[in-house]
Design a protein around this ligand. Sequence first.
Ligand code: PMV
Length: 381
Amino acid sequence: MQVNSFSNNHNGSSKSLFEVEVQAPANIALIKYWGKKGPQLPLNANCSLNLNQCFTTTKIKLIANANLAKSDQKVSIDYQFYNYKGELESSPHPRLLAFLENAKKDFPWMNQYTLQISSHNNFPHAAGIASSASAFAALALGLCLMELKLRPELDWTYEQIFQEASKLARTGSGSACRSLMSGLAVWGEHPLLSSPDKSSNEFAISHFKEKLEDTQHFFHQLMNVVLIVNTQKKSISSSIGHNSMQGHDFLENRLVPAQQHFTHLYESILSNNWINFGQIVEQEACSLHALMLTARPPYCLMHAHTLEIMQRIWLERSENKLPIYFTLDAGANVHLLYLKSDEARVKNFIENDIAEFLVEQKWIFNQTGMAPHFQWQRKDL
Ligand code: PMV
């Protein structure tokens, strides 16, 4: 985290204004969160890596309300969302309003202020990269920093700030809780990680952060490129997708293998085995889309070009021995995973074999797993 400016001399006057600026990354799931229970808790342990070139920057200003609002009144907000071209786009989404109303339960001070929120994505949010994850992660962290500012007696550690933010982000979009953790961000309980500081359903936890610095480990070299196949809004939202797991014929056949995929993925990182890692990641992505095809009613979020690209990746791997693997989220775009040492060959492969299937021949390169790059500023005027 980078602290750009910080001032701690709040004088308590009703004209005080606090401003926080936070930047949070999108993430790509390796073991997928698909199906939920209770208050947005995952059915299975899942994990992801942050994407350093796809992030949301959110500024929150608190402006004291002249009249104290009653606790049952709606949160007062003034919201602006700017797309990646810097154009002002939309009014607040009902999901955002519901998230803020829910946050008020933990942060009653939200009633005393108007929240001016201005949010900006540096990537096209129709690109099928989960922009809700970066957006809710940034907003949740901003609110937690405000909470600390207003209640300094909390005295949270650095880790606690992120844990609280992860918990809160989860209530907006489940996968958002992972965007607040570096290395392998793990969310959900798993027998392999039985101690409470290793896995939780309430928030995500960082694993293998140290491997990012280990030049002998494949994590140090792990890259992602998002191949943009479709920029249309998804025909099925992830909420409908999660719900389609209720009573799904293959529910049991999902939960056991999902936990096993998690175990094998975790072991592949422990043993520094890139090939096993890649194979599990691909198998997991194909399982996710098989669940969609076998839901009632069935649906398919892949595009003909998604399948074409998957097949070309398999061919490239078997014929030219290029060790590349893919994963898919709930959408048509393909996330290619490769090692930095293969970058020149990967670029060639994309340009020669894949580009023709991409919208406007677009792709976005990302380093993965890096520490979330948060910048925040707090001002007292
Ligand atoms: O967090 P949601 O509700 O947008 O669901 C995310 C679902 C997947 O992207 C398909 C999987 C995941 O774990 O990110």
